[in-house]
Ligand binder design. Sequence first.
Ligand code: NAP
Length: 291
Amino acid sequence: MDKKICMITGANSGIGKAAATQIAQQGYHMILACRNPERGKTALREIEENSHSTSLELMIVDMSRQSSIRGLSKNFFNKYDRLDTLIHNAAIFDITQKDVVYTSEGIETVWATNHLGPALLTKLLLDAIKSSEQGRIITIASKGLKAKPFLKVDLEDPEFRKKKFSLVDAYYQSKRAQVMYTYWLAEELKDTNITVNCIQVPAVQVDISKYLNLPSIMRFLYSLKSKFALSPEEMAGTYTYLATSDEIRSVTGKYFDEKRRIVKSNKYTYQTENIEKVMNLTMSYLKQDSG
Ligand SMILES: NC(=O)c1ccc[n+]([C@@H]2O[C@H](COP(=O)([O-])OP(=O)(O)OC[C@H]3O[C@@H](n4cnc5c(N)ncnc54)[C@H](OP(=O)(O)O)[C@@H]3O)[C@@H](O)[C@H]2O)c1
């Protein structure tokens, strides 16, 4: 494969689909890593049509399950030995979820999907990213973290086994952990050709039609919010910039906003001791080494 290769998770909707379209337009071969084959195929056809690129393929992964992520990695290495850009876009925030849900592997689903999944996928694909002339790893956090300045990763109970489940806390905990993971990984890879950066996503329009049981008041509030939110295409511009721009080929360990500016994250996320604790916890979940 002569083209640069970019894998993006959760590419079948929203920002992921828009970013996949834009990056395909820049001449990259796109691997759309999606969990649902039908939704993935439909997105692939749309991206093909809108980007005028045929260099796209679908790979199936459920980012909440480590066995599935290992399967994705195997499928990838069966075809390729190099990956230029990895975008950890997939995440869940199911606004209809009230109670804690554990995956079939016994891990709380938000923690498993939004934080552990990206950490494992990077770990498995790292050799391929090291084979790139200049590899890039992009993680995704949320501007909403600003409204939770005191929320830390709960080192004792990250999976809500002892305390009452809160979807909002579970989501923001996973996103704060992603910010800290970004800084940790950038430091780990500082002597390599790989950069690692995180994007702080503000309110962006979401397709709420997928939430079938959404109460009408929530439906109303979301449609109101979407009037002030960015479109997925606008937001995807920052993904595309970080994935493809030559301007930032040596920028690593930074936090970017939707205007492509480097911004500061919460003080807690920069402290080495905190990062080490969060990463020790993270690694305790990723022990199995076989692919
Ligand atoms: N929209 C916002 O206001 C906002 C704000 C802050 C941060 N963000 C972040 O921006 C990123 C993109 O969100 P979006 O707005 O584009 O939302 P979205 O349209 O809901 O996209 C999320 C994508 O993740 C996929 N996904 C979820 N669970 C998965 C799993 N277990 N395995 C594989 N894929 C999975 C979804 O696939 P399915 O279609 O199969 O569910 C979907 O393709 C996320 O990281 C989100 O946290 C968004």
